[in-house]
Design a protein around this ligand. Sequence first.
Ligand code: FAD
Length: 307
Amino acid sequence: MLGPVILAASRSDRMRRLISAAPVTKQVVDRFIPGETVDDVLPIVKDLADRGLELTMDVVGEDITTPEQAAAARDAYLELIERLGPLQLGTRAEMSVKLSMFGQALPGGHELALTNVRPVVEAAAAIGTTVTLDAEDHTTLDSMFAIHEELRKDFPQTGCVIQAYLFRTEADARRLSAAGSRVRLVKGAYKEPASVAHQDKREIDKAYVRILRTLMEGDGYPMVATHDPRLIAIAEELARRAGRKNDQYEFQMLYGIRTEEQQRLAAEGHRVRVYTAYGTDWYGYFMRRLAEKPANLRFFLRSMISH
Ligand code: FAD
């Protein structure tokens, strides 16, 4: 039951300072976050694309505290998109954004986040690709869905994420499974109260399957984001039953996790998109990866002790 403790630590400034300063941290972080700058990450983009994988790019960061930081986040994405343009990957390299990084939690944050994310979506469209809005904790979701709806008026390809652990998500999935929508389904990575979310892993998995069925039977484009072998097999079966071809849905996994499985699915003719995060503000992203798998935490702690 270490997951919730680590997720609580992911919001603590004191833990952030302690963990960031540990000399061994960088080695472990590198497994999940392959660099701090665009220059670090572009060779990774080319390598994954050469191996038949697609990408969704995340400039890490969240919970910013000033409008200037939000503008800097927007500019970091604009720089990334400008550098991706000449590679001509089109939708093979799309962007994932967290609205908290664009100012969503600041006063007037809904409008601020929309103002900051719009130019990113426009720039992505100009190089023939698109943006997906990540799902953060449940208090942010009404605003995220409203921004998603607003962006889709001009950029209908804009995607969003729904989280199977939340009770609300079955209704959200029905609303979002209409033609033209792109929806990523995940289990959910935040510490959520029992009043809004399933706490039991089996209940979350069951909800994931129900929601996946809704998406596969709907008219949108499902993005099946999981490393769970059982759910991947179920997704293939649900897609087959719904009469979907391999290019009518896709799998998504995180950089550095089950890389052989990513390659295996791609070799079988599936679309596989790798969520590739980079940047200096990696703490929150890294802590969620530790919380997801106790073995990651054991490895991290062992490295600290033996260092
Ligand atoms: P699990 O049951 O957690 O894992 C299944 C198996 O996968 C494990 O047994 C293990 O073998 C492997 N595995 C899983 N996680 C790890 C790990 N960290 N390290 C090593 N092995 C691991 N969550 C959100 O709340 N909002 C988002 O916007 C969001 N976007 C995502 C985008 C993508 C592309 C992916 C893949 C995940 C995203 N997540 C997001 C995270 C998600 O909610 C889960 O926390 C995460 O995917 C782990 O769940 P799982 O489905 O892989 O299943």
